[in-house]
Design a protein around this ligand. Structure first.
Ligand code: CO8
Length: 258
């Protein structure tokens, strides 16, 4: 499918999705969010894809929702139109792992989009922020919720109330990102991680993602039970037999997603 605001390439079982509105620092317009949701759903449904990487440009992952597009909307417009709601829900339904590769600005909806991915690898020039307060609004797709779970109340309050940006070193220190790499290594690092994931059992990867995400939704006791039952269930797969036989036979496992 031809998109106008994103670029999609599939290679080595990895779908690389690039946000591509350079004229607006990849600001999330309605069109971009719609195309992104469609591309994520298509990759999720494509048997040739085993992992997704979401990235922007060297200057901006995304500088937030498109302010020009939102500015004149009324309360009734955003409420009845459920601004971004269905598309965000669609992206969150993806069961395959998604890595965010962030360089430059990840602000507002851009920071929130990165946090919707399963983990974030960023370049040394990355800047994260929830500056919506400067616009007289607040974060709307996870900036007060996911950010708080990731970096704790104090930093989340600081960022949401002052609108200040967090650099890559602070983001790594705070647990917002899993790795920081030089800008010219960002895509190699993210694609390398994605190819590594793509070589695993897709069933185990899907269940691991589901189990980690469950930890945000439930108590420790219920989460541990969910994890244990999911672990037990994986013994019904051929991939478990293959993975454990390959270890004993000192060879690479050949997973077949069965
Ligand atoms: N929306 C629209 N256009 C943008 C945006 C944006 N978020 N960010 C940058 N642009 C445009 C600029 O207007 C400019 O366009 P032009 O050249 O036509 O004037 C172009 O991109 C380049 O930007 P700058 O000239 O400003 O570049 P600088 O390098 O000087 O500054 C900054 C870069 C610091 C990133 C600056 O552009 C900035 O502050 N951008 C806005 C950041 C922001 O406030 N983001 C939050 C937006 S609100 C939001 O994300 C809410 C999400 C929740 C939605 C919830 C739905 C339920």
């Amino acid at each position: 499918m031809a998109y106008k605001t994103i670029l999609v390439e599939i290679a080595d079982h990895v779908a690389l999705i690039r946000l591509n509105r350079p004229e607006a620092l990849n600001a999330l317009s309605g069109e971009l969010i719609g195309e992104l949701a469609a591309a994520v759903s298509a990759a999720d449904a494509d048997p040739a894809v085993r992992c997704l990487v979401l990235t922007g440009s060297e200057k901006a992952f995304a500088a937030g929702a498109d302010i020009r597009e939102m500015a004149a909307k009324s309360y009734v417009d955003v409420l009845t139109g459920d601004l971004f709601g269905p598309q965000i829900d669609q992206i969150n339904r993806c069961r395959k792992p998604i890595i965010a590769a962030v360089a430059g600005y990840a602000l507002g909806g851009g920071c929130e989009l990165a946090m919707m991915c399963d983990f974030i690898i960023c370049a040394e020039n990355a800047k994260f922020g929830q500056p919506e307060i400067n616009l007289g609004v607040i974060a709307g797709i996870g900036g007060t919720q996911r950010l708080t779970r990731l970096v704790g109340k104090s930093k989340a309050m600081d960022m949401n109330l002052t609108g200040r940006f967090m650099d890559a070193a602070e983001a790594e220190r705070s647990g917002l990102v899993s790795r920081v790499v030089p800008l010219d290594k960002l895509l190699d690092e993210a694609m390398g991680a994605a190819r590594k994931i793509a070589a695993k059992s897709a069933i185990a990867a899907m269940v691991a993602k589901e189990a980690v995400n469950r930890s945000y939704e439930t108590t420790l006791r219920e989460g541990l039970l969910f994890e244990r039952r999911a672990f037990h269930a994986l013994f019904a797969t051929e991939d478990q037999k293959e993975g454990m036989s390959a270890f004993a036979e000192k060879r690479e496992a050949q997973f077949r997603d069965r």
